[in-house]
Design a protein around this ligand. Sequence first.
Ligand code: SAH
Length: 241
Amino acid sequence: MQNILYVVAMQAEAQPFIDAFGIEEQEGFFAPLPCRLYSTEFENGTKLHVVLNGQQHGSDLVGCEAASVATLAAIERLHPDLVINSGTCGAFESNDAHIAEVYIGNGVMFHDRRVPGDDEWGTQALGNYNVWEGSEAIALELGYRMGKVTTGSSLDMQPCDLQIIKDNGGELKDMEGAAVAFVCSLLNTPILFVKSVTDLCDNGAETFEEFSKNLSAASQALRDANKRIICHLLHLSESNR
Ligand code: SAH
């Protein structure tokens, strides 16, 4: 593995990881797109890039459109061997998920695209893209649980979303994963998901409050997990970084 690209929605999710690796911003790299690039190169020549969706109207761009733009622009210009979508997600108490727990994705799909028609339309709407074949080995070797990522355009969860999530074995609810995977599928680039839980969708709490309260802890957990994953993938010793 020579070149790894992280695609991350929110600055708060990426900052602890950026700081830990001392990764520097390459200002204006994607101009006029709002996406931001942070890059570093290790002594053995391997490259690590972190691309953020950027901001509009003073807030971080979350959701599928921004994630698709960032992923497309970044893959075309940086030619990574592997894309890693790292971010926060909702999960389910009924699956025994915990706040700030890190998961590796073992599948990815959309949960809010209800398109009537034949099987082909339904299949396209749900997505169900492949994840990188090395995902399971990472989870096993580093001791993370695996779960299926399901993506929609909203932070809240409507009953019809829950129905699709449950019917398809979804465990990790986010707003970007399937969009990133969609672009990766078009450009034949493998994708690994690293997700940390900010909120439990079935515990009766108000999602935004729970998300805000736990964003920092979940992002620190992402930093720790991503340090381990990078060291594992690039065969670096953790104490050196
Ligand atoms: N208004 C919020 C915006 C965050 S949107 C703020 O001020 O910070 C939530 C982000 O976290 C998205 O990028 C999404 O991928 C992820 N996320 C965390 N919990 C989620 C949940 N329960 N459902 C969907 N996305 C979630």
